[in-house]
Design a protein around this ligand. Structure first.
Ligand code: IMP
Ligand code: MG
Length: 334
């Protein structure tokens, strides 16, 4: 029960989709609000199918979960409608009236503008759409006939859910190092990605939140331009099994070892109360599929302990493989 914010640690792609979908089934999440936009893809494996969700909240796997899109989010209507069909959630998904709309000229500009290209944006039009919103000339969900059946008052719904002791998740996107305010500017996305901003996008005040779960991955990846301390060559990344391509754009991800100093700062700014650590099995192959902390190797347990020491909060959920149930769930034990 209670309200949990899920926030990304570094440059995104930590596996928030997997963690949120696990919580959906395990904790029976009543309401989930997705923030951000189509530049992010959350990967969910469910019933032998892989979903890369740009719009629909990752708790769709639990069939009683009410799925909402935040007033601060940016909606690409065609992508939204496509995902609604793919996931079969029509009837339980809502879009806030004030969510703003990404139009085709936004993505065209994102792909043609030399400066935006030099930043390595995803080209999905999010930056130009946010610019338009800041100019107060953007279209909102309430202006779109296709969205009429989905319109909702998200702030009202989610606060009522919190008042009635429902289990609520506010699903953040990307990671703190891509935050417009706290990240590696100018190589960042077009909004703040901190836990506080996730709440703000949803219309949930800071006093209403019970936990802030920051999702780390056991190594760091980054797509797009900008510094990456300790960056490995592609050959070395492949050799270590760290080489990944992006779920949304298919681009190659750069990689680097876990950064303990940066992890401390990230946890501080998010106001983390707990942490998740995904892909531990990539660093320690003997952990693959392990579901209890005692069965992790000594080296793996040491790594978890070092992360806890850096971030100052318990690592409550550990990912040990791609499957939805490849998880060590230590909540209630640490
Ligand atoms: P934009 O958000 O498309 O404007 O891209 C700005 C920067 O954020 C680029 O470096 C992108 O690669 C990065 N970025 C945006 N969304 C994601 C994401 O979901 N995962 C990883 N990187 C992202
Ligand atoms: Mg992603």
């Amino acid at each position: 029960m209670g309200c949990t914010v899920i926030a990304g640690a570094f440059w995104g792609d930590e596996g928030k989709g997997k963690i949120v979908s696990y919580l959906a089934l395990k904790d029976k999440v009543d309401v989930c609000v997705r923030t951000g936009s189509v530049n992010a893809a959350h990967t969910v494996h469910f019933e032998d199918k892989r979903y890369a969700l740009h719009m629909v909240p990752s708790t769709f796997v639990y069939d009683k979960s009410r799925l909402l899109i935040a007033p601060g989010a940016n909606v690409e209507v065609a992508q939204f409608l496509k995902e609604v069909e793919e996931t079969g959630v029509r009837g339980r998904v809502g879009v806030d009236r004030q969510a703003s709309i990404i139009e085709s000229h936004h993505s065209a500009l994102d792909r043609s503008d030399g400066y935006l290209k030099s930043l390595g944006t995803t080209g999905r039009g999010v930056g130009p759409a946010v610019q338009e919103r800041a100019k107060r000339s953007a279209k909102l969900a309430r202006d779109m006939p296709e969205l009429k059946p989905f319109l909702a008052d998200v702030a009202e719904e989610v606060n009522v859910a919190i008042n009635s002791d429902k289990t609520v998740v506010l699903e953040g996107t990307q990671g703190l190092m891509l935050s417009l305010y706290h990240g590696s500017y100018p190589y960042v996305t077009s909004r703040d990605t901190s836990a506080a901003a996730i709440c703000s996008e949803c219309g949930v005040g800071p006093t209403r939140v019970d936990s802030v779960l920051v999702v780390f991955k056991a190594f760091i990846t980054r797509v797009g331009a900008g510094d990456l301390s300790g960056e490995l060559s592609k050959e070395e990344a492949v050799r270590r099994g760290w080489f990944e391509t992006a779920a949304g754009t298919g681009r190659e991800r750069r990689s680097a070892p876990f950064d303990f100093d940066l992890a401390r700062r990230v946890a501080m700014i998010h106001g983390a109360t707990e942490a998740a650590l995904t892909k531990l099995d990539v660093l320690f192959p003997d952990c693959k599929g392990v579901t209890s902390h005692d069965k992790l190797s000594k080296e793996a347990r040491n790594f978890v302990a070092r992360v806890e020491e850096a971030v100052g909060v318990p690592v409550t959920i550990v990912g040990t493989g791609p499957g939805a149930l490849d998880i060590v769930d230590r909540r209630g034990f640490v």
